[in-house]
Design a protein around this ligand. Structure first.
Ligand code: NAG
Length: 335
C-alpha cells in the first residue's frame, strides 16, 4: 500500500480543525474506557475515598440520564466545536420554524458510523441550533450503556446527550412546558454496520417505538436527513451472511453496541486511520408532522403514523438530494 502523507505546510486553522476532530473521535472511541480505568485505579489507590464519594454521587444521580440529563450551555459553546464543525464542514438547514410550546421527536437518518452530524448539530452550538430554533432544547439519545460509565457520563451529559431508554424518551416528550426535542438516530447501531460511502438504505420498517410514544404524548414528529453522514468513513466488507457480519451481530446482541470495522484517514497521512474524511455534512430538518395525542394508540394508529412518517422522510430526501450532490436517480431504500 502506498501511503499518501499530508503536506507539511498546512495552515494553523486546518491543524486546529484536525485536532478538534481527533479529540472528538477519541472521546467516542476511547474516553469511556479511559474513564473506567481511571476510576478503578482511583478505587485501588490511597485516594479510594474519592472513588467512594463518586460512587455515592453516581448512585444519587443514576436516573438523571433518563430524566432530561444535565446539559451545560458552556460546554456546548466551546470554541473547539467550531473547529470540529469546520473540519467537514457541518451545516444545519432549517426548513420551517418550530413552535417552542410543543415537544418534538426528531428522527435522524442515517446513523452513519459515529453520528458526527447529529453530534455537531444537536450536542453543540457550533451550527447555531439555539439561534435557528429559539426556545427549544435538543437532546441526542444514546445507548443507556454509556451512562453507566463513571465520569464519562457526566461529560457526555454536558452536551445534552440523554439515555435512549423508553423511560428517557417518555420523560422528555411529556414535559408540559414543551420546548424539548429528542433526537433519535432511528436506524440505531445495526444501521452503523452498513454505513459506507454511497449507502442509502435505512433500517426503519421495524422501528415503531418512537412512533408509539409520539402518539401517546402528542409529540410532533420531524424527519431529519443528514446528507453526507455516510461519506465520512469506509468500512470493511461485511455483507449479510459473512463470518464478520455474523460475529458483529452476535456482539451486538450481547453488548448492545455495534462494532463497525471502519477506517478512513489519519492525522498526518490520508491512507488509513480512524479520522473521518473531510466531507461536507448537511443536516436538513424537515417539517413537523402533526400528531394528535392518543393516550392508548392501537396498532392501526401506529401503522398509519409510521407510513406518514416514512412518506415525509422520503419527500424530504427527494426534495433536497440534488442540492447536496446526489443524482436524480438515487433514492432511499427502507428495510
Ligand atoms: C424541557 O424539559 C425540562 C425538564 O427536563 C423543563 O424544565 C423545561 O422547561 C423544558 N423546556 C425547555 C425549553 O427547556
Amino acid at each position: 500500500m502506498k501511503i499518501e502523507f499530508a503536506p507539511l505546510n498546512i495552515p494553523l486553522r486546518r491543524r486546529l480543525q484536525t485536532a478538534a476532530t481527533l479529540q472528538w473521535v477519541f472521546s467516542f472511541l476511547a474516553l469511556a474506557q479511559c474513564c473506567l480505568a481511571a476510576f478503578v485505579l482511583l478505587a485501588l489507590s490511597d485516594w479510594w475515598t474519592l472513588a467512594l464519594l463518586y460512587a455515592g454521587w453516581l448512585w444519587l444521580d443514576w436516573d438523571t440520564p433518563s430524566s432530561g440529563g444535565r446539559r451545560s450551555q458552556w460546554v456546548r459553546s466551546w470554541t473547539i466545536w467550531d473547529y470540529f464543525r469546520d473540519y467537514f464542514p457541518i451545516t444545519l438547514v432549517k426548513t420551517v420554524d418550530l413552535d417552542p410550546k410543543k415537544n418534538y421527536i426528531f428522527g435522524f437518518h442515517p446513523h452513519g458510523v459515529l453520528v458526527a452530524g447529529g453530534f455537531g448539530n444537536f450536542c453543540t452550538e457550533a451550527t447555531g441550533f439555539s439561534r435557528l430554533f429559539p426556545g427549544l432544547k435538543s437532546h441526542l439519545l444514546m445507548l443507556p450503556f454509556w451512562f453507566r460509565v463513571p465520569l464519562f457520563r457526566d461529560y457526555i451529559m454536558c452536551g445534552g446527550l440523554v439515555s435512549s431508554s423508553k423511560s428517557s424518551l417518555s420523560y422528555l416528550v411529556s414535559r408540559p412546558q414543551g420546548g424539548n426535542i429528542s433526537v433519535i438516530a432511528v436506524g440505531g447501531a445495526p444501521e452503523a454496520l452498513d454505513a459506507r460511502p454511497g449507502a442509502l438504505t435505512l433500517q426503519v420498517l421495524n422501528r415503531k417505538g418512537f412512533i408509539k410514544l409520539a402518539l401517546k404524548h402528542g409529540a410532533q414528529l420531524v424527519p431529519v436527513f443528514s446528507f453526507g453522514e455516510n461519506e465520512l468513513f469506509d468500512q470493511m466488507e461485511n455483507p449479510t451472511g459473512s463470518p464478520l457480519r455474523t460475529l458483529q451481530n452476535r456482539l451486538q446482541s450481547i453488548m448492545g453496541v455495534a462494532m463497525p470495522l471502519f477506517h478512513a484517514r489519519g492525522v498526518f497521512q490520508y491512507s488509513f486511520g480512524l479520522m473521518p474524511y473531510r466531507k461536507p455534512i448537511h443536516t436538513v430538518v424537515g417539517k413537523p408532522i402533526l400528531v394528535v395525542q392518543t393516550p392508548s394508540p392501537s396498532n392501526e394508529d401506529i401503522e398509519c403514523l409510521h407510513k406518514v412518517y416514512l412518506q415525509s422522510l422520503h419527500e424530504l430526501f427527494e426534495q433536497h438530494k440534488q442540492t447536496y450532490g446526489l443524482n436524480e436517480d438515487q433514492h432511499l431504500t427502507f428495510i
